[in-house]
Design a protein around this ligand. Structure first.
Ligand code: SF4
Length: 50
């Protein structure tokens, strides 16, 4: 499966020019204790600061 992940977090070690994510897999988590209801409630746990 071809994946294309766009991301604006440019201080992550997986980030590349053009807002591309070079990680093989990303793990997205629910940032709340309840059901996520909008995008702000989710986050990338694969983020790794440079
Ligand atoms: S691992 Fe997550 S935070 Fe890092 S570039 Fe990819 S999508 Fe963005």
């Amino acid at each position: 499966m071809v994946q294309r992940i766009l991301c604006e977090v440019d201080n992550c070690k997986y980030w590349a020019n053009g807002n591309r994510c070079n990680a093989d897999v990303i793990y997205v988590t629910n940032q709340t204790a309840e059901e996520a209801v909008d995008t702000d409630d989710t986050g990338c746990k694969t983020f790794n600061p440079e």
